[in-house]
Structure formats: C-alpha cells, structure tokens
Design a protein around this ligand. Structure first.
Ligand SMILES: Nc1ncnc2c1ncn2[C@@H]1O[C@H](COP(=O)(O)OP(=O)(O)O)[C@@H](O)[C@H]1O
Ligand SMILES: CC(=O)N[C@@H](CCC(=O)OP(=O)(O)O)C(=O)O
Length: 260
C-alpha cells in the first residue's frame, strides 16, 4: 500500500488575514502525513492592484493578466505570500520549501490561447508536465513544498495560474505514487445547501448531485471551478477530495466528494 499524501489548497479570505493564516498553519502542522501546500491570494492581489491604480479584471473566475498585472501578482504570490506561509510553517516546526512552478521546473504551463477572451499571461497546466520525481525526493527528505499560483512556459515566461488548478494538477500527477487526499480549505465549513447558512454543510456529493446543485444555482460563483477541478481530480485517480473550513481541518464537519 502506498503512503498517504495530503495536498492542502488554501485561498481567498484566509490567506490575507495573518491571524487566521497562522491558525490554519498551526492546525496543518498537526497533520502527521506527508503534505504539500498550495496557496492562492487572489483577493489580496486585487487589493494591491487597486492600491497601485490598476483595476483588477476577472472573467469566469480567472484574472486577465497583462504584463503589469503579472509583475505585481508575481511579487505578491511568489514573494510576500509564499514566504509568509513558509515562515509560519517553520515557526510551527514544519520544514517548508517555497516554490513557484518555475523552481525545479516543477510545473510547466502553456499561455492560454486567445479565443473569445484574451487572458494575457495566464497559464494552463500541460498534462504530464509536473516534475513528480523532484517532488517525491523533496517529500522523502521530509520537506513540505509550498506552491504559489505562478508557473512558467519553459521559454522564460512566467504565467499566472489559478491555485485550485495547481492543487488539482499536483494531486492528479502524484496519484500514481501516493494515496492522495486533496483538501480545498476556505472560509466556509464545506459546500453549503444555503450559502448564508453555515449549518447547511452537505456531507457528501456525487457527480450527479453536483450537476443538479449547479443547475439550481445552489453552487455558484468561485465554487463552480473549484468543484469542476475537484471532480476531475477524483476521476483521475485521486483517492479522496474534501472541501472544508481552513480553521477546522482537524474537526469532522466537511464535504467529501464521491465518485458515484
Ligand atoms: N454552495 C456554496 N457553498 C459554499 N460556498 C459557496 C457556495 N456557492 C458559492 N459559494 C461561494 O464560493 C466561494 C469560494 O470560492 P472562491 O472564493 O473562488 O474560493 P477560494 O476562497 O478558495 O479562492 C465562497 O466564499 C462562497 O462565497
Ligand atoms: C489566472 C488566475 O485567475 N490566477 C489567480 C491566482 C490566485 C488564486 O487562484 O487565488 P485564490 O485561490 O485565492 O482565488 C488570480 O490571480 O486570482
């Protein structure tokens, strides 16, 4: 039986709140299995862009990334946010190593082709382009890789890539080598039947139920690409996919996705 590997994606509101981020990482340090962390930071990046006089533009949950935006999100995700997460993990006794997709050539992507929308410097992760050998060596050495939402194209170009997609791609690529658990951690207790009622967590969702929850609008906004990525990972051999509150990862309330 292969080892368990837990991949935690942390996003949105929590990453920009140092007290909550610190609480999440303290809980994470209590998880005994091998782990990888993937962080977003989209909300904070939008705030920083606005502070610098650039109006953020999102289409279907993805950021239109021109050259100036790429410079700023690279500084924000791969610099400040990534190093802050690494430092807080070190404080908690976890030997974390911060990475973008360019470091060690771990994640290659292709600039999204222009169709109806020109997303600019946004990268889609190429199938079979995750350097799993290096990741296995890092994990074997007891390190916890911490990924930001920046990848590269192998030709010297950095690309902005959605953090949920990075987490899902890593999970799929590593599924042949580990029993991978993919955890999407955010500020709600799980997928909610009523987005305004924290007590309405749906304990389990099948692909069929997901389609009807999406059609009825119960699951909307950022939750749709997140769950699309999540079900794709499950179909590609990831053992378990969980949607949960970042501050309650060691508590039982959460949503677990089912294959059927
Ligand atoms: N049924 C639902 N259950 C939970 N959250 C939902 C639901 N429908 C829509 N959402 C919204 O989706 C958001 C999460 O998506 P997003 O902001 O993209 O994630 P992240 O914070 O991980 O980047 C939640 O904060 C919530 O406002
Ligand atoms: C291409 C694209 O949209 N990239 C995302 C990367 C950050 C991210 O995914 O952050 P959250 O997980 O916090 O939303 C962005 O710039 O917003």
């Amino acid at each position: 039986m292969s080892e368990v590997l837990k991949i935690f994606k942390i996003g949105g509101g929590i990453i920009d709140d140092t007290a909550q981020l610190s609480q999440f990482l303290t809980e994470l340090a209590r998880v005994p299995e091998r782990k990888i962390v993937v962080h977003g930071g989209g909300k904070g990046a939008s705030q920083m862009l606005q502070n610098l006089g650039i109006e953020p533009q999102m289409v279907q949950g993805r950021r239109i990334t021109d050259a100036a935006t790429l410079d700023i999100v690279t500084m924000f995700y791969a610099g400040k946010t990534n190093k802050q997460v690494v430092a807080l993990l070190q404080q908690n006794g976890v030997n974390a190593l911060g990475l973008s997709g360019a470091d060690g050539n771990v994640i290659r992507a292709t600039k999204r082709p222009v169709k109806d929308v020109d997303y600019g410097f946004v990268g889609d992760i190429d199938e079979h382009s995750v350097e799993t050998g290096l990741l296995q060596n890092l994990l074997r050495a007891g390190l916890t890789p911490v990924f930001c939402a920046i990848t590269h194209d192998g030709q010297g170009q950095l690309l902005n890539t959605n953090a949920d997609t990075i987490a899902s791609s890593l999970a799929r690529a590593l599924a042949p080598f580990y029993q991978v658990e993919l955890h999407f951690c955010f500020e709600k207790d799980g997928v909610l039947a009523d987005v305004n009622d924290e007590n309405s967590v749906i304990a389990q969702i099948t692909p069929g139920q997901y389609q009807s929850l999406k059609a009825s609008g119960v699951i909307a906004a950022g939750m749709v690409p997140k769950l699309d990525n999540a079900f794709a990972a499950l179909e590609a051999g990831v053992e378990r996919v969980v949607i949960e509150n970042a501050l309650k990862i060691n508590e039982p309330v959460k949503t677990i996705l089912c294959r059927s």
